[in-house]
Write a protein that binds this ligand. Sequence first.
Ligand code: DGL
Length: 271
Amino acid sequence: MKEEIKNQAIGIFDSGIGGLTVSKEIMNLLCEENIVYLGDTARVPYGTKSRRTVKKYVESTTNFLLSKNIKLLVVACNTASAYAIEMLKENLEIPVVGVVEPGAKRASELTANGKIGVIGTQATIKSGSYEKKLREICSSPIEIYSKPCPLFVPLAEEGWENDETTALVAEKYLGDLRKSEIDVLILGCTHYPILKNTIAGVMGEKIRLVDSAEETAKQTENILRTQGLLREDGKAREMSFYLTDDSETFTSIASRFLGRPMEKAEVVDIV
Ligand code: DGL
């Protein structure tokens, strides 16, 4: 039975294509694993929506991935993790990995002065989920400075990672955070790793950036390893990409986020 489960795919979902930054890290670290990715492109963005709506969306994305017989679920979307991870962990029988906990854990390890910054969508910041997780994890007193940076999402999708407009927007969003003397900044949104260089340039070299995508991949690997669920059938891996809506620009943006040419994506209806 366990042998069969081992060879099932890892399911990953996001509100859209941003979660491909998380998929990229998982694919790089776990090169043998089959991947099923679902991007809810018909209902993106989640980052401006209420908890109730995001939880409803998460139920349907999860049900779709469960119908694909996955062995582990990765909630690549920070907003979905912020609002729905507890619900999923309570209700699913398979392991569930969100992006908030791995990012918070890494930040707690890296900070020397206990001052941690968090940036994300309006919903992620409003949820206070990074703050809650950081306070749970850190044993010594910490100060948390949070800031929503909604314009980073369209800038990353537009491919403006090295554009001066992005640097100006980053300065406007992050100037105050820099002054607050944080020594670690959590990139709490799927799109922000694309803008890492610009964000690093604005924050300066003393501030360490935590890439939630990288940390999530490490936690996924760790769970599969400790639960004896790493794939071992030795066959070539399979990757399937599903979207709930198609768009003309999708393929080029997706390939950039994924760091390799995007394979064919199938459009599906989910309820
Ligand atoms: N994937 C979302 C997140 O990480 C960003 C895009 C959206 O707002 O849906 O929060």
